[in-house]
Write a protein that binds this ligand. Structure first.
Ligand code: HPA
Length: 267
């Protein structure tokens, strides 16, 4: 399955060898429109799925950003779309096979930490897998990673520091914290958000964690950045809607793009 996808992509991109992979979350896909030298639609790639979510375009984009070769996923595969957790991480395994050394995982998330505001960017320092599944369940591909991988430092500490330092240098305030993933698609109840807080989460979302587990297992460095799009249920009195999430991502997108470009420059 993996090999067919990789073979198809390689035959199109030829000697373009991306060293950085970026997964662009809801409302954050514009970076790929801005930097698109070459693109491949998911629907044309063997074993890829089409993106069904508004704000997710559904293509792989190849380009140079800040002098580095990059592959971007403009849209990802979520569990709530009905995809298996294994399918949701296929693109990360593809990135590994294409030669990617560092992945930057981005997402839209709800703020659990009461000091966060909509449109804040949060550097992910750790995660809680609350999806009830693990993408590494099943036969282990020993050529990629070990059966029982250590998850002590999924989000490369050196790069967490690099992102914070970059934010500082370019005048973008950054939050940092723990991201908890649930399957969705329903947003959390206020009680679930209280639970998330008690368990140590600063933000909640419906993606990223399976990708981070696989990237870490496969020996890639991982950077995670959440765009806090709303206060999670019960944190503020306002109700939640996907439109509000997209709007908040939209108002954060310029600083988001700037941060990513500057981080890539420093990698
Ligand atoms: N919860 C889960 N996922 C999300 C949220 C939220 O409040 N906002 C954006 N993605």
């Amino acid at each position: 399955m993996l090999n067919d996808s990789v073979k198809y992509i390689k035959q199109l991109i030829r000697d373009f060898e991306p060293e950085i992979g970026i997964v662009l979350g809801s409302g954050l896909g514009e970076l790929a429109d801005e930097y698109c030298q070459m693109s491949i639609e998911y629907k044309d790639i063997p074993n890829f799925e089409v993106s069904t979510v508004i704000g997710h375009r559904g293509r792989l984009v190849f380009s140079e950003i800040s002098g580095k070769k990059v592959v971007m996923m403009q849209g990802r595969f979520h569990l709530y779309e009905g995809h298996s957790v294994q399918k949701s991480v296929l693109p990360i395994k593809v990135m590994k096979k294409l030669g990617v050394k560092t992945v930057i995982l981005t997402n839209a998330a709800g703020g659990v930490n009461a000091s966060f505001s909509p449109s804040d960017l949060m550097v992910i320092t750790d995660h809680i897998n609350f999806m009830g599944v693990n993408p590494l369940i099943g036969a282990n591909d020993d050529s990629m990673g070990t059966r029982f991988p250590d998850m002590s430092e999924v989000y490369t500490p050196e790069y967490v520091e690099l992102v914070k330092k970059t934010g500082n240098e370019i005048g973008i305030d950054l939050q940092e914290g723990v991201y908890m993933a649930l399957t969705g698609p329903s947003y959390e109840t206020p009680a679930e958000v209280r639970m998330a807080r008690v368990l140590g989460a600063d933000a909640v979302g419906m993606s990223t964690v399976p990708e981070a587990i696989v990237a870490s297992w496969a020996g890639m460095k991982v950077i995670g950045i959440s765009c806090i799009c709303n206060s999670a249920a019960g944190v503020s009195t306002v109700g939640l809607s996907h439109d509000d999430v997209i709007n908040a991502a939209n108002s954060a997108k310029n600083k988001f793009k700037l941060l990513i470009k500057e981080v890539i420059k420093r990698l």
